[in-house]
Design a protein around this ligand. Structure first.
Ligand code: UGA
Length: 314
């Protein structure tokens, strides 16, 4: 198939693009290489893929002429976006509007009337739920984000739904729950913890570390996307992609201690604004719609990330 991956230089986008190339698809990509984190990490993510045939447009969705990029495209994996829950307050919110809301609307608008498009797979987020009352949380609870980031991810989901209903855009929103694994973004907890652990530095925890997350291994997320490419979902559908882990940050630190056989120096500070207390995704719908369930457990996945961090950071 002829496929476009947006945000293909990012942590998840690059791994989806790699899997699609391995399946023999014709894959093009767009990434703005924005400066949220070190651009060289993103360049390294795509280098190998370009060698395997990935055609990369090095621009923002908001600046490029979209029709040539979308011509004949049969599936779009929309992974581009401004990530980060905690930095989404204040002046930086503009970037969240531009990259999460406006960029999604521009793509959907440009795809209206496409005669080739069969799938539009949007990378949504567990942050749309906020502090949900039901755990594990099914997709039909009323979303109630707690961060400006979550508000923009939810707005883009609504756009996918509106364009599905009015223009038959075959969209599905996959709500990713805290994705981790080798290559994870440098601002996220596991990369920070593993980097500090391999270098013997102090780990910084926001709050008392009792917040829990449904951590999801990146290969499982890639598999969910590949399932969405062939699944018979209803346009406008929404599905949780959650790892089934339900561990607290302190539990994660205990696993790290056992994996490294070291005591870790940990510094606890204030709860970060926008952080939720607990996430837990009900994956029955993912199983029914995509035939997907997570396969990698937390200890195994964290061991993979730690050994990657040992190579990259020590
Ligand atoms: C992650 C991603 O960053 C979002 O882009 C994504 O949309 C979101 O998951 C999601 O599931 O919707 P988050 O859960 O905050 O957000 O992921 P981490 O950065 O890995 O943080 C996990 C927990 O560790 C949070 O409670 C955070 O406050 C804590 N943390 C993080 C620390 O205690 N110390 C750190 O140095 C970093």
């Amino acid at each position: 198939m002829k496929i476009l991956v947006t945000g293909a230089a990012g942590f998840i986008g690059s791994r989806i693009a790699r899997a699609l190339l391995a399946q023999g698809h014709e894959v093009s990509a767009i990434d703005s290489f924005n400066g949220y984190y070190d651009e060289s990490i993103k360049r390294r993510n795509v280098e190998e893929l370009i060698g395997k045939g990935l055609r990369l447009t090095d621009k923002s969705i908001n600046e490029v002429s979209l029709p040539p990029l979308l011509d004949g495209v049969e599936a779009v994996f929309h992974q581009a976006g401004q990530p980060g829950v905690r930095p989404s307050w204040g002046a930086s919110f503009e970037g969240y509007i531009d990259n999460n809301v406006a960029a999604t609307q521009l793509l959907l608008e440009a795809l209206k009337g496409s005669r080739t498009l069969k799938k539009f797979i949007y990378a949504s987020s567990s942050s749309v739920y906020g502090d949900a009352e039901t755990m594990p949380t099914p997709e039909n609870v009323t979303p109630n984000p707690r961060s400006p980031y979550g508000v923009t991810k939810l707005a883009a989901e609504h756009l996918c739904n509106v364009y599905a209903k009015n223009f038959d855009i075959p969209s599905i929103s996959l709500r990713y729950f805290t994705v981790y694994g080798p290559g994870q973004r440098p601002d996220m907890a596991f990369t920070r913890f593993c980097k500090a652990a391999v270098n013997g530095n102090t780990i910084s925890v926001y709050g008392n570390g009792e917040q829990t997350r449904d951590f999801t291994y990146v290969d499982d997320v890639v598999k969910a996307n590949l399932r969405a490419l062939v699944a018979d979902y209803t346009p406008g559908d929404v599905v949780n992609i959650a790892g089934g882990t339900h561990a607290s940050v302190n539990d994660v630190l205990d696993i790290l201690r056992s994996l490294t056989s070291r005591d870790l120096s940990v510094d606890y500070s204030d709860v970060a604004l926008g952080d939720v207390r607990c996430t837990s995704g009900d994956t029955r719908r993912a199983q029914a719609v995509l035939g997907w369930k997570p396969a990698v457990d937390l200890k195994e996945g964290l061991a993979q990330q730690l050994s990657w961090a040992d190579e990259v950071f020590s």
